[in-house]
Each structure stands twice: as structure tokens, then as C-alpha cells.
Design a protein around this ligand. Structure first.
Ligand SMILES: [Zn+2]
Length: 270
């Protein structure tokens, strides 16, 4: 069995839908293949996470009614001949709430993802969300608990990397929401902090220092042996640094020196 064939069967294995013969040849492959074993672990974790999310997610009433009123999801009975309606809802009426919940879950999960294609460098394009948030136009997942934001964001990238979880309470900033941006096919995790200190965004994505905008000002911190890149988009200042394969950008409407000092104090040299 090739890895490709194995990967195709892994979901079915997790769902316990394999025939005995398929199952044993897949298990034989998994014995000797680290990659596919890792894929299996991730698949199991994802499934558990989705199940867990299903228990926790309660869509706000307004969203719920929006979804229920969406004609693309729930076609209006009057416009459709009766037979069509029977075709769409062949199940007993008692089952409809379950289907609605499943739909709601399917829609609610990716709701806090902002999709973009951009001609700007990813670091600059990402900052657009700071303004969108100010106008209440950014899809976010709000949360009272920082751990939940971190968990949601980590799940959005299947655990491949983690958002930077900073404690900014000294600046009177606390995490209030998370968002995911997909820019040119790359996922950017956004942890949003708010408080008396204003609004601060912490972006995290996989990349390299080549993702810093070409016109950014570079500062070298000799003590940490790290580069920091300062740049702006409109009135939003930003400081980028790299920790291993992860790029972190702090963005806020605060003076650049202050933001740079903050990034330097929080950055962990790898
Ligand atoms: Zn394999």
C-alpha cells in the first residue's frame, strides 16, 4: 500500500468504516510509516475537536435566524412545487432540527475566516483586518478565555503551529477574540487584544523573514540575535519578527518605538 492509498483510508479508519481486509493492510502500512501515523493522529484529534466544538458552539440568536432565513439553505416552501420540497426534506420532521444544527455547525466553524487574495506582501495585506475589526467587519470568534482563543486558532491550522499567546496585562490589554485570515492560500492566525491600552493585533503565520515588506525598517537586536522589521499600513504600525518557522507581527495604533519595545520584550529567540 502506498502512502497516498493509506491517507485515503485514514478518515474511514477513524470513522470505523473499513472492511477487515482494508483495515489490516492499512494497519500494516501504519506500522512502518511515521508520516501516515502522524496523519492518523491528526485526523483523530481533528475529529475529537470538531465533536467538542459541536458541544460548545451555540450560535447567537441573530446569526441563527439569519441562517434559517437564508433561502439558499432553506428554500422557501411557496416557490417550490411540493414534490421538490419532499425531495429536499425526505426525512421525518423530527429530524429537521438535527440537520439544522449540523448545517449551523458546518457554517459556524469557518465563519471567523477571512479569505483574501492580495498583490501586497502578506505582512502588509494582513493588516487590513485591523481596520476591518475597527469597523466591526472582521469575522471573529469572541471569547472570554484566552485559552479558548488559542485552542480555536490552533485548530484552524490543524495544530501545525500555535498563535503567540502573550500576556499583555501589564499594558492593560487582554485577549478578546480570534480570527483567521487566509491570504493567497496561507493561513494567518490573529489574536486580538483590547483594553485601556487600545487594540493590539498579534498575527502568526508560517513563513520567513522574506515575508517582511521590502520597504520595512530593519532593527537588529544584538542581545537576542534577532531582526525586527517595522512598517505601517495607513495609521496602523507593525513590527515583525521570526521565531523558528513562525512569523509574528504585532500591530497597533501606537507609536512605533513603543510597539518595537513591546515586540523586543516579548520575542523569544529560537
Ligand atoms: Zn505512509
Amino acid at each position: 500500500m502506498t502512502c497516498e492509498q493509506a491517507q485515503e483510508l485514514i478518515t474511514a479508519l477513524v470513522d470505523e468504516e473499513l472492511l477487515d481486509a482494508e483495515r489490516s493492510s492499512l494497519e500494516a502500512h501504519l506500522e512502518g510509516c511515521d508520516n501516515c501515523r502522524r496523519a492518523l493522529t491528526e485526523e483523530r484529534a481533528l475529529k475529537a475537536a470538531v465533536r467538542g466544538a459541536g458541544d460548545r458552539i451555540r450560535a447567537p440568536a441573530e446569526l441563527r435566524s439569519k441562517i434559517l432565513a437564508d433561502r439558499r439553505i432553506f428554500p422557501e416552501a411557496k416557490r417550490l412545487p411540493r414534490r421538490w420540497q419532499d425531495y429536499i426534506w425526505p426525512m421525518p420532521h423530527a429530524a429537521i432540527p438535527a440537520v439544522a444544527v449540523a448545517l449551523l455547525l458546518a457554517i459556524a466553524l469557518p465563519l471567523f475566516v477571512l479569505l483574501r487574495t492580495s498583490s501586497e506582501p502578506i505582512a502588509v495585506a494582513a493588516l487590513e483586518s485591523y481596520d476591518l475589526f475597527g469597523r466591526d467587519e472582521l469575522p471573529v470568534r469572541r471569547s472570554e478565555t484566552p485559552d479558548e482563543i488559542v485552542a480555536q486558532l490552533t485548530r484552524a491550522v490543524d495544530g501545525h503551529f500555535h498563535p503567540m499567546g502573550y500576556d499583555l496585562s501589564a499594558m492593560e490589554l487582554r485577549p478578546v477574540a480570534g480570527s483567521v485570515q487566509e491570504i493567497d492560500g496561507r493561513k494567518v492566525l490573529v489574536a486580538i487584544y483590547q483594553g485601556k491600552g487600545g487594540t493590539l493585533f498579534c498575527y502568526t503565520f508560517l513563513g520567513s523573514e522574506a515575508d517582511a515588506p521590502p520597504n520595512a525598517a530593519r532593527f537588529f537586536d544584538a542581545a537576542k540575535n534577532m531582526n525586527f522589521y517595522a512598517f505601517s499600513r495607513g495609521e496602523v504600525n507593525a513590527v515583525l519578527h521570526r521565531e523558528g518557522q513562525v512569523i509574528c507581527i504585532l500591530a497597533a495604533r501606537m507609536p512605533m518605538e513603543q510597539l518595537l519595545a513591546l515586540a523586543q520584550s516579548k520575542a523569544k529567540s529560537s
